[in-house]
Design a binder for this molecule. Structure first.
Ligand code: 6PG
Length: 254
């Protein structure tokens, strides 16, 4: 059973009995958002994250061949590791294997972050230019994705924006290169202003290890935690949390 929570501070928090129910709801939400955007403007733009949490969700979503007009969907990445696409650590590889290879989506509608550039910084520039071209942006404008899907690290990082790195406070760039002592690969990430310009942001959070950070974000509003700084200016924000990840939340929230 899923529990509908009151809107906390403009964030809609939903706690589910288990991962299956959480991802089932995420698929319903995705298909509803995609249909509405396609009806309205003939296209649905989404940025997807890596990590292990969304794998089951991508697989479930790939079964929606009938409910989603995949030829109208454009899939971007929220972040990427600076490795070749066939590397074990590549987010594109993971999303391709679990979703893209299983659906009828045109190649031209898939927008991976090029890691063929000579440095992660150049990759970030490449991605930024690609976003500017696709969304037809003028200097200073931000893209507004219909949906950005994010996970949360145990330290509260989102996409590849880690606590204590300058990437979190980036104000002008659309994409940033990130190095962090705790991760082995350099990374490229959408910047926080881009995330906060999305029409909808959905967090998928699962497992006991995430329980402390979920409490910090939702109840302590600790701004040192990047996930707590996700506040879409004109968009909607959903925290889809399974029971284990939500176990430290106050009774009033559960
Ligand atoms: C990545 C991410 C990252 C991820 C979190 C949560 O490429 O790893 O996009 O931000 O979402 O680290 O990862 P898990 O889902 O594996 O817990």
């Amino acid at each position: 059973m899923r529990t509908y929570q009151p809107v906390i501070d403009n964030r809609r928090v939903l706690i589910f009995a288990d991962y299956e129910q959480m991802t089932g709801f995420a698929v319903e939400k995705w298909t509803a958002l995609a249909s509405a955007a396609i009806r309205h403007k003939d296209c649905f733009t989404v940025a997807l994250s890596g990590g292990t949490t969304p794998i089951g969700f991508y697989q479930k979503l790939s079964l929606c061949n009938k409910n989603v007009a995949w030829d109208k969907v454009h899939i971007f990445l929220a972040d990427e590791r600076f490795v070749p696409f066939d590397d074990e650590a590549s987010n594109y590889r993971m999303i391709k294997e679990n979703l893209l290879d299983r659906i009828a989506i045109p190649e031209t509608s898939i927008h991976p972050i090029s890691t063929r550039e000579s440095t992660s910084e150049r990759s970030a520039h490449w991605y930024e230019e690609h976003l500017r071209d696709f969304f037809k942006l003028r200097r200073g404008e931000l893209p507004s994705f219909d949906l950005i899907m994010l996970g949360i690290g145990e330290d509260g990082h989102i996409a590849s924006l880690f606590p204590g790195t300058s990437s979190v406070s980036e104000k002008a760039r659309l994409a940033v290169a990130v190095t962090h002592e705790k991760v082995s690969n350099e990374r490229i990430s959408l910047s926080l202003p881009v995330i906060n310009s999305a029409k909808t942001v959905i967090f998928l959070v699962s497992g006991t290890k995430k329980a402390p950070v979920v409490k910090k974000i939702l109840e302590h509003n600790n701004d040192n935690v990047p996930a707590a700084r996700v506040r879409p200016e004109r968009g909607k924000l959903y925290f889809l949390v399974d029971k284990d990840a939500g176990q430290y939340l106050s009774q009033s929230l559960r």
